[in-house]
Design a binder for this molecule. Structure first.
Ligand SMILES: [Zn+2]
Length: 356
């Protein structure tokens, strides 16, 4: 089980994450709202997820004629669990663009004074980043092949829309050609949408993938299989993947839940789950404490309006309200037996049938 997330984000490991954050701030404008067009600056917890995803192994070795790709990094993939409206879509869009055009691969260790310059990588925007001695350095994928998966066309638009806006309103428009179905990148690279009704490119080798709402990918809707196929495609290229989701219904055994329960050491999991001590989500005072806890750092969120939505949904579907806004793993109200109990009851019946 993952250890609870503390809010002391201490970065005491080598990472390309700060380079990623600077690169994103320079290349990705805020996609919508009152601050549309201003540089996209990550909230502290988003930066924490980024510096962990781009954490480099201390032992990573630079081999110029055959660069180590995914295995240079500490984590093979990331799972980020966060409540509604914490900006998972724009964050994922920024990460996808960094994988598409930014220095997302390890390129050796800096001695000091080395500089990453966009102009050496087909981008005339003027961006530079000077490394400190001992920093890992980065370089872009030669041909980035990226897939973005979601449960439906509408869902994928939560990423596609900010992604397209970031491209159109920033310096990336010089080299990136956004379209409805896919985005063309230089050197035959591309970003594709994968949804349940657009699977034609599923299974292709890819360098990165982003799986949105994998708390809704299950065996019965076959999306668990789709997600795994996609991750096999990324493993084939030594790439890496990223998943984001709301808290899931534990009776559904989703892809997110399987990752969370298994939690392999090379998967980074961020899940700021509100502790039980904060109280009952159905009660207004406790709900306020829980919302303050799980939305901390997401400065664009108006907690009063979140509270208004949560209070209404609590009346209609308390479990869904607690998952969506309280970021807690709660079973759906339709489930009247805990899943283990159901399986046990069934196993007991099977045994009885055998011995009869
Ligand atoms: Zn640039």
């Amino acid at each position: 089980m993952p250890t609870p997330v503390s809010n002391d984000f201490v970065v005491n490991f080598p990472t390309l994450g700060y380079l990623a954050a600077d690169w994103i701030e320079w290349h990705c404008p805020i996609p919508d709202g009152f601050k549309q067009g201003s540089p996209y600056v990550m909230a502290d917890w988003q930066l924490w997820c980024t510096v962990n995803h781009y954490r480099v192994k201390n032992t990573a070795k630079w081999v110029p004629d055959n660069p180590v790709r995914g295995p240079a990094f500490f984590y093979r993939r990331s799972l980020v669990v966060a409540p509604q409206k914490t900006g998972k879509g724009p964050w994922t869009a920024s990460q996808a663009l960094f994988e598409a055009r930014g220095p997302a691969l390890f390129a050796g260790w800096a001695k000091g004074g080395e500089v990453y310059e966009c102009r050496h990588h087909g981008c005339g925007c003027g961006f530079t980043f000077e490394y400190e001695p001992g920093d890992p350095m980065g370089m872009p994928w030669p041909t980035p092949l990226i897939q973005i998966m979601a449960t439906s066309e509408d869902q994928v638009d939560n990423i596609w829309r900010p992604l397209t806006s970031m491209v159109k309103n920033g310096p990336l428009i010089e080299s990136v050609k956004p379209g409805e179905e896919f985005i063309r990148l230089p050197n035959d690279g591309r970003i594709d949408k994968i949804t349940s009704n657009a699977m034609s490119r599923l299974g292709n080798p890819i360098t990165a993938c982003f799986q949105d709402e994998n708390g809704l990918y299950t065996r019965s809707n076959k999306l668990t299989k789709t997600a795994r196929t996609m991750r096999r495609g990324v493993a084939g290229m030594s790439g890496r993947s990223n998943a984001t989701t709301n808290a899931w219904d534990p009776s559904e055994k989703s892809d997110a839940q399987e990752t969370y329960d298994l939690h392999p050491a090379d998967v980074f999991v961020f899940f700021r789950e509100a502790p039980a001590s904060l109280g009952d989500f159905k009660k207004k005072a406790a709900r306020k404490r829980i919302l303050e806890y799980v939305y901390e750092g997401s400065w664009w969120v108006d907690l009063n309006s979140i509270e208004a939505e949560a209070a209404e949904l609590v009346q209609l579907d308390p479990a869904e309200a607690e998952r969506f806004y309280g970021n807690r793993l709660v079973q759906g109200q339709g489930t009247w037996l805990p899943p283990e109990l159901w399986e046990k009851a069934y196993a007991g019946r099977a045994l009885a049938a055998q011995s009869a």
